[in-house]
Write a protein that binds this ligand. Structure first.
Ligand code: SF4
Length: 67
């Protein structure tokens, strides 16, 4: 069974805080690095997550399939 996972590319993220504002359940800004990280992996990829992905100015958020 494959599982979808949300990933934030730490090299690309510029810490604009957009994704934690759109989806505070899934994303949070790391208080030490000031980059976004996944707070909680979602059970399903919601529209809000899709919106976060398309709103990220540097394309740092992606969905990966895990085996
Ligand atoms: S929207 Fe993109 S650049 Fe902004 S905090 Fe989230 S991952 Fe980082």
């Amino acid at each position: 069974m494959s599982n979808k996972k949300v990933v934030v590319d730490q090299d690309k993220c510029i810490g604009c805080n957009t994704c934690p504002l759109i989806d505070p359940e899934t994303f949070e800004l790391d208080q030490e690095t000031y980059k976004a990280k996944v707070k909680k992996q979602p059970d399903t990829i919601t529209e809000t997550i899709d919106m976060s992905i398309s709103s990220c100015p540097v394309g740092a958020i992606s969905i990966v399939e895990e085996e």
